[in-house]
Design a protein around this ligand. Structure first.
Ligand code: SF4
Length: 258
């Protein structure tokens, strides 16, 4: 059972999310948008800058909110904030009772590439951010060292937003309850490519029972978005010999995202 203190924190988190959303709407409506001489900067850079405007529920509790003088949010960042507000202190499935922090997702709300994992692990549950443990460090290395991109340029989230106890697989009723949030995230961001990390994410997105070994290495279609399944970083930590195949998948993503 969750204690009253935790419940209060989550309610406060939800409320802060709502207030931030309302404030950003006012900012967007009332503040002039300057015509910067840098309007010709690469769109990817612009996209990366806007990522700082997406707080996740946990960060709303104990770290800084966007300040009134900060950069104006993009339409996508506003839509994601609205979605965070809608999720609130979600108890739509039983994982809501056992989580520490709801892990919504982080990154660039206008990202061309989105990484989707299975669900938060222990470190993610504590910190409220996806892929922050050892597997997260490996994913960051893939993005920064392999793809030569900053983690802030892409978007990272999971199929389910709350940690399954003992890191078990999410159960069908939990996926049914939570999948709508992932669908909405992808509808907002509209990435060119989704990298599905691991069997569970790939099978959930592609509605298939095929193992990751048969799914990886080629693109699939998900509602018009190209999906590249590849091995989950946690699996790679246990099976480092599979990094070569993962790199082949990532190279295909880079070639396709151009
Ligand atoms: S896993 Fe998803 S549906 Fe279940 S409580 Fe968490 S946010 Fe809600």
């Amino acid at each position: 059972m969750k204690d009253i203190h935790q419940e209060l924190k989550e309610v406060v988190s939800s409320l802060k999310g709502h207030l931030v959303y309302q404030r950003d709407i006012l900012l967007a409506e009332g503040a002039p948008i300057s015509k910067s001489p840098e309007s010709g900067v690469r769109s990817q850079e612009k996209k990366a800058q806007s990522s700082s405007l997406i707080p996740h529920p946990s960060s709303l509790i104990d770290s800084q909110l966007p300040t009134p003088n900060s950069q104006l949010p993009t339409p996508n960042s506003q839509l994601l904030l609205k979605l965070i507000s809608d999720i609130g202190d979600c108890q739509r499935c039983k994982l809501g009772k056992t989580r520490t922090k709801l892990v919504f997702g982080v990154g660039n709300p206008d990202a061309r590439i989105v990484f989707v994992g299975e669900g938060p692990g222990k470190d993610e549950d504590i910190q409220g951010e996806p892929f922050v443990g050892k597997a997260g460090q490996l994913l960051t290395d893939i993005i920064s060292k392999g793809m030569k991109m900053r983690r802030e340029e892409v978007y990272i989230c999971n199929v389910v937003k709350c940690r399954p106890p003992e890191n078990r697989n999410p159960e069908p009723d939990e996926v049914d309850a939570c999948e709508g949030f992932l669908i909405k995230q992808l509808e907002v961001i509209k990435p060119e490519i989704v990298v599905a990390l691991g069997t569970f994410a790939a099978q959930t997105l592609l509605k298939t029972d095929l193992p990751i070994s048969e799914l990886r290495g080629r693109f699939h279609d998900y509602k018009g978005i190209q999906v590249m399944p590849t091995f989950h970083p946690s699996y790679l930590l246990r099976n480092p010999e599979k990094k070569k195949e993962t790199w082949e998948d990532i190279k295909m993503v880079l070639a396709r995202s151009g």
